[in-house]
Every structure is written in C-alpha cells, then in structure tokens.
Design a protein around this ligand. Structure first.
Ligand SMILES: CCCCC/C=C\C/C=C\C/C=C\C/C=C\CCCC(=O)SCCNC(=O)CCNC(=O)[C@H](O)C(C)(C)COP(=O)(O)OP(=O)(O)OC[C@H]1O[C@@H](n2cnc3c(N)ncnc32)[C@H](O)[C@@H]1OP(=O)(O)O
Ligand SMILES: Cc1cc2nc3c(=O)[nH]c(=O)nc-3n(C[C@H](O)[C@H](O)[C@H](O)COP(=O)(O)OP(=O)(O)OC[C@H]3O[C@@H](n4cnc5c(N)ncnc54)[C@H](O)[C@@H]3O)c2cc1C
Length: 673
C-alpha cells in the first residue's frame, strides 16, 4: 500500500475540498469526545508502530499452522506492550478498560483472521468477574489479569449449541472428597467451538450439568484447568485439540475438549448465582438465567462491532467509488466517478447511515445494560427479560444487516472487491461468523418474539408494557383499522411500528388458531416464520426509534452544518428502511402508490444531498490506513498503485519462472500428447 499520504488522488482531494461540515466534530461524536479520539489515536499508534509486530508480512499467504503461530507471536508482542502502557498510564482499572476498548479494533489489523487470546480477555474474564463470589474473585482475578493463567468459555458441544439446557457434560459432586468429577459421556458431549481452546489456553469456564445428591441441577459454570502450567501438556483425562479449518476466524484456535473422570475442587464452581453447600445441598438462584449473563453482555457489545464493520466496509467502497471512473452517463462526456451512477449510491449510502444508527443503538443498549445490571446487583431482576429480548433481537438484526451490507460493499467494488487486498473478505467473514456465534440469529429472533407475544397478550388484557413495545397498544387501539401513512420521520416510524405490531398479531393469531389442535409449543413452532419476521420488524422499530431520539439530541449539541448531515443520515436510514419493508408496511398501513413514489423520489433527493457529505462521514469514522488495510480504501485513494504493489508481493511473483514449469508444464507441452 502507498505510504505517502501527502499525494492524495486528485479526484478524492476534489471531494474532500467540497465537504461542508467539520469532519473532526463528527469523529468526536463517533468516539464519544475529543479526549477519547486522542486516546484512540495514541493507543493505536503505540501498538501499530511497533516494528516487532512485523505487519509488513501478509499473513494471508501463510499456511494454517504458520498463521496461528504468527498470530500468537504478534498477540504476545501486543499484550506485553499493553501492560507496559497500562503502567505508564497510571495502572488503574479504568486505564486497562480504555486500552482494551481501543485494542479491540487495532487487534483486527494485527491479527486479521482473529485473535487467539480474545476469549481470555472477554468471555473468560467477564464470567469470572460477574459470576463468582468474593473469595473466588480474590483467587482468580489477579491471575487472570496478570495472564498467569489463560482461559476460554467452553459451553457449546458437538451435539448442542443452541439448546444449552441439553448440554451433556456432567459434573458430579462428591461431598466426601469435596470434588466434582467431570465427564463427557458421549461423543456429542465433547465441547466444540470454544475460541482459543485448541492449543492456546490452559483453563476454561466449562458449562456442565451439575449432579449432586443423586439429582441433576441444570447447567452450571466451573473453572477447570486443562493443561499443565509448565509443560502445557493436557492434564490426565483431558482430550483436547483444534477443530480445523473454517470459513473464517482461522487464527482463533477454536477447539474441542472431552473429559474422562477429571477432578475439580469444590471451590471451582462459580457460586454467585446458584450455590452448592459443601454437603451437596443445591440452592437455586433467584433466576436460573443469571448463568446466561456473559452471553447477554457479549450480545450487547456485538452491536458496536457490527457498526464498525459496516463503517469500515463503506469507507472502502466509498473511497474507491470516488476514484474509480467507468461508463459515461452521457455518451460524449468523460467517464464519471462510479459514485455518479445512482445505483452505486443506493449500494453505499444507506450502509453509511446504518453504521451511524447502529452506533446510536450500541450507545443506548450499553447504558440500558449498565442500568439493568445495577438493578440486578440490588436484587431487582424485573427488567432482565426485557434486556434479554432486546439484546437478542438487535444482535440478530444488526449482524444480519452487517453481513448483507459488507457483501454489497464488496460487490460495489466490482472485480477488485474480490481481491483479498481490497480488505473486505475478513470483514465479511467476521460479519457472517457473528450471525452464528453468541446465539444463532433465527434462534435469537425467536427469543425476541417470545417477548413480543407475551407483550401482545399483556396489551390485549389491558396490562402494562415496557416503553419499547408500547406501540402494540396503538395497534390494538386501532381495532383492525390501518395506520394512516404520513411522510415524515415519525410517520415512517409509525408505519414500521404498525407493520411490526401487525406481524406480531398475525403470529399471535396463528398460534391461537393452531392451539385448538396442537400444544402451545407445536403451535408456536408452526408460527415460526411470522414470529421471526415480527421480531425483525421490532428490531427495526427499536433502531429507528432510538435513532430518532439520539440524533435529535446530537443535532441540539453539534454545529448546524453537522446537524444537517445527521438529519440527512437519519432520513436516509428511515426511507431506505420503509422502502425495503414496503411489503410488510402495505399489509398494515394505509399507504398509496403516490406515497411510495414520493418516498422513492425523497430517496433520490437524500442521495443528492449526501453526495457531498459522504466522504466527510467515512473519513470521520477515522480508520487509519493500517486499520482499513485496503488497497481500495486507503486515505490517499491511490488505488491502482496500491493494487499493483500488492500484486507484486504475491509469493508467486518472487521468481520469474515457477518450478512447476520444468516439472510439469514443459514436459506436458513437449509430449505431443
Ligand atoms: C474495524 C472494524 C472491526 C470491528 C470488529 C471488532 C471486534 C470483533 C472481533 C471479535 C469478536 C469477539 C468475540 C469472540 C468471538 C466469538 C465468541 C463466541 C462465543 C460463543 O458463541 S459462546 C456460546 C454462545 N451460545 C449461545 O448464545 C447459545 C444460544 N442459546 C441460548 O442462549 C439459550 O439456550 C436460549 C435462550 C436459546 C434458550 O434457553 P433455555 O432453553 O434455557 O430457555 P427457554 O427457551 O426455555 O426460555 C426460558 C425463559 O428464559 C428466558 N431467557 C433465556 N435467556 C435469558 C437471559 N439471558 N436473560 C433473561 N431471560 C432469559 C426466555 O426468554 C424465556 O422466558 P419466558 O419463558 O418468560 O418467555
Ligand atoms: C466463529 C464461532 C465462534 C464460536 N465461539 C464459541 C465459543 O467461544 N464458545 C462456545 O461455547 N461456543 C462458541 N461458538 C458456538 C456458537 O455459539 C454456536 O455455534 C451457536 O450458538 C449456534 O449453535 P449450534 O451450532 O448448535 O447451531 P444449531 O442450533 O444446531 O443451528 C442449526 C440450525 O438449526 C436452527 N435451530 C436450532 N434451534 C432452533 C429453534 N429452537 N428454533 C428454530 N430453529 C432452530 C438454527 O436456526 C439453524 O438454522 C462459536 C461458533 C462460531 C461459528
């Protein structure tokens, strides 16, 4: 990639000269303030400038094993520096969090196919922080923080990932020895998928069915040592390894794990929620789903990951579209920048708007999570179901949109988008992995739909509803009449709400009708397609509603010029959404053909306005070149130079003639067949 940032492609420079708002002001909003931006830049540079990382090496050309080993090596360089920087900054917990938050994105540039330690610093540490009692915290947290032990979160098994109630790993308690014995009674009970498990970590949180006093007490978390701390050899009774090549995440070292009579001490069961007395008496938690808490936290975090992947992909696609020229629009004119083709705008602009609205949602959900967790810490668990439903719903809707948008961005780059050097393939692979991990998206939508159906029943019976689903009252209040469409942002919101409520009603009615001949469970299964559609529409309602509220606040706090850009972005998001969901809207909203045509025209007007702001917004996402890591999306826009330079680095181009010519091709050509 070209290094000389001063020589910016002239087409791109011309675009930047026309930006009519303060890009830095946008960046400050995106990262939560000028101070945070400064920190981000400092931390990013602190790590990425380290020559020991050897970022010049294009790891995509390495073998599976070499990729893993290089990812481990680079990660250790980073983590050593992390502790050095942490000390320099003052060594507080807040400092550590600051560095980790920024490292999340920087790590993507260092290990593009995944981080072999990611589970240690996320799900392993979080589970120990949130599900242990005070003695356990004192014992484990310092060792985790100092990396004296490394861990992962081992829940999924060969036979079960979704329906975790049926996990088969057993932990049987013996009050005489005060130990649990862990076993994998079947092949399908082998742990399968946990990240970093294969060869990297030596500990794991293992989710296993607890047996005590002859009874099964459901799945509980245990801290289990898997490998010897000196030799790293698997401990007796542990069968462990890597699960092999995958669609992506090649360096995450996802693993398998089987237990044969592995002894675990009493104190290693995480006891914040469920408790087991030393004599083997089990004490139920206040809510059995408290043991699912780590999954909820990660689902909340996944919304900002989705926003950032979209931001990265649209940055690449837009910068490329502003320097690539092809196909004259008027036959006698010069070839335009491909962004002038309106279909190209339609591919990229709504994606940029999604990144912004998802970021608003991520901020909202993070605050909600914090406040509901604080309530939980005082023993009030009333809002747990709401948080669960919302995090499931948005995890699914945002990662589905993320994968779709990233793929559209790749397509918008034509042939060059298919090159690895374009930088879109790892983003896509990470997006598509996110559709499955931390709860498969259909399953997540069905969880959200459970909440919607409950709320619908509540609304019909005149009960009370949480804020986010109050629109169900409006639907019921209309008594079968359709919502009348009006072409304003709030009109669009009401239309999507009517579509979501209408689809919830269809699903509800489907269940009620089927219940006459079937059990409620069978009836619910038969309504599944409607339920997922209802949950998806509900997710869009939440996004638009939060988008409207947050962007109104932003507009009050930023300069008028940037305010106009935010207004434009919000409208883009809303109009794109309603046009994409028009089939659902027509079913429940009185909307005419003229209204739809007006919306389509409005979209064109919005594109026209956004045409000049778009580059400012993607520059404002502030991904530095090493983070973008793209021949098509670098800041200087010197796409063609970048492409040829990257091609020259192909291992095949390091010699004029490849040995296969003499070995196979020449003899074949001379053989006269
Ligand atoms: C530059 C750009 C770069 C940007 C990117 C940057 C970084 C990204 C990089 C890396 C990514 C980071 C992380 C590393 C990657 C991967 C890690 C992956 C880790 C995993 O992949 S780790 C395994 C996750 N594995 C799952 O995710 C399993 C899914 N499966 C379940 O989650 C459950 O199994 C469920 C819920 C389907 C059924 O569970 P069940 O059978 O026990 O429950 P049941 O259906 O009976 O429901 C009974 C009642 O409980 C309620 N309920 C349920 N859950 C609740 C909760 N949590 N809170 C409150 N209530 C809850 C229900 O709502 C219902 O309520 P009601 O009855 O009132 O309706
Ligand atoms: C990259 C990656 C990293 C991962 N990391 C970890 C990790 O660190 N630790 C860990 O423990 N796990 C991890 N996992 C496992 C992951 O959490 C599970 O794969 C995921 O929860 C889906 O479960 P499953 O594989 O059992 O899918 P399944 O549930 O078998 O899904 C298969 C199909 O069945 C459908 N289906 C299943 N149940 C229902 C239902 N109730 N209603 C309707 N349809 C249904 C699904 O929609 C899907 O179409 C990871 C997975 C991936 C891909």
């Amino acid at each position: 990639m070209s290094k000389n940032l001063s020589i910016v492609n002239k087409d791109l420079k011309e675009e930047r000269d026309k930006i009519n708002f303060n890009v830095e002001e946008f960046t400050n909003w995106f990262y939560g303030g000028a101070e945070k931006v400064k920190e981000k830049k400092y931390i990013e540079n602190y790590f990425l400038s380290d020559k020991d990382l050897n970022l010049e090496l294009d790891t995509s050309y390495l073998s599976y094993k070499d990729k893993y080993e290089e990812a481990v090596r680079r990660s250790i360089v980073v983590y050593k520096k992390l502790y050095k920087l942490h000390n320099e900054m003052g060594g507080t917990h807040e400092d550590f969090v600051k560095i980790m938050e920024n490292l999340r994105f920087t790590m993507g540039a260092i290990n593009p196919e995944g981080n072999p330690f990611v589970l240690h610093f996320s799900m392993f540490a979080l589970t120990i922080m949130n599900m242990t009692n005070d003695e356990q915290k004192a014992e484990w947290l310092p060792r985790i923080f100092n990396c004296n032990i490394l861990g992962t979160y081992a829940q999924t098994e060969l036979g079960h990932g979704t329906y975790i109630q049926r996990l088969e790993t057993t932990a049987t308690y013996d009050p005489k020895t005060k130990e649990f014995t862990l076993n994998s009674p079947t092949l399908t009970s082998y742990k399968w998928w946990p990240g970093n498990l294969g060869h990297t970590v030596d500990h794991a949180i293992v989710m296993a069915q607890l047996y005590s006093q002859g009874k099964c007490h459901g799945i509980q978390p245990f801290i289990v040592q898997l490998r010897d701390s000196e030799t790293h050899k698997p401990l007796p009774g542990i069968d462990i390894g890597d699960i092999g090549n995958k669609v992506g995440f090649q360096t995450v070292n996802n693993g398998f794990l089987g237990f044969k009579n592995v002894k675990v001490p009493y104190k290693n069961m995480l006891m914040k929620n469920s408790k087991l007395l030393e004599d083997g008496t089990f004490i139920k938690p206040k809510n059995a789903k408290l043991n699912y808490g780590t999954m909820v936290i990660i689902r909340v975090h996944m919304i900002i990951d989705a926003a950032c992947r979209i931001a990265k992909a649209t940055t690449i696609a837009l910068r490329y579209s502003l320097v690539r020229r092809q196909s004259p629009i008027n036959p006698n004119e010069i070839e335009p920048k491909i962004i002038e083709h309106i279909t190209q705008q339609n591919k990229i602009f709504p994606g940029i708007a999604k990144a912004v609205v998802f970021k608003c949602m991520a901020d909202y959900l993070t605050k909600l999570h914090l406040s509901i967790t604080q309530e939980g810490n005082t023993g009030n668990l009333a809002r747990m179901p709401e948080l669960h439903a919302l995090s499931c719903c948005l995890k699914a809707v945002c990662t589905n949109e993320d994968a779709k948008t990233v793929e559209v961005c790749r397509l918008s780059c034509g042939g060059h988008g298919f090159l690895r050097s374009a930088g879109l393939d790892d983003v896509y692979r990470n997006s598509t992995a996110a559709q499955t991990y931390e709860g498969e998206n259909t399953v997540m939508l069905l969880q959200a739909a459970r909440f919607l159906i409950k709320s619908f029943n509540e609304a019909r019976n005149g009960g009370s509803l949480t804020e986010g689903v109050k629109y169900l009252f409006d639907f019921i209040g209309r008594n079968g009449k359709r919502e009348i469409f009006d072409n304003s942002i709030n009109g669009i919101l009401r239309a999507i709400q009517a579509a979501a409520a209408g689809r919830t009603y269809i699903a509800w009615k489907h269940i009620e009708d089927d219940k006459r001949h079937n059990s409620i469970e069978v009836a619910t299964n038969l309504a599944g397609v409607h339920l997922t559609k209802a949950a998806e529409l509900h997710g869009y309602v939440c996004l638009l509603q939060v988008g409207i509220e947050e962007i109104e606040k932003i507009i009050r706090n930023v300069s008028p010029a940037l305010g106009l850009v935010f207004k434009n972005i919000l409208e883009l998001f809303a109009v794109d959404l309603i046009l994409n969901k028009i089939g659902d809207v027509i079913q429940h909203v009185d909307i005419s053909n003229e209204d739809i045509e007006k919306l389509e025209k409005q979209m064109e007007t919005l594109f026209k306005f956004f045409r000049t702001s778009a580059i400012g917004v993607v520059d404002g996402f502030d991904f530095s070149d090493p983070i973008i890591d793209s021949t098509l999306g670098s800041y200087d826009g010197n796409v063609y130079e970048n492409l040829i330079n990257a091609a020259r680095k192909s291992p095949l181009n390091q010699e004029d003639v490849n040995r296969t010519f003499h070995l196979y091709i020449k003899p074949f050509m001379k053989s006269n067949l």
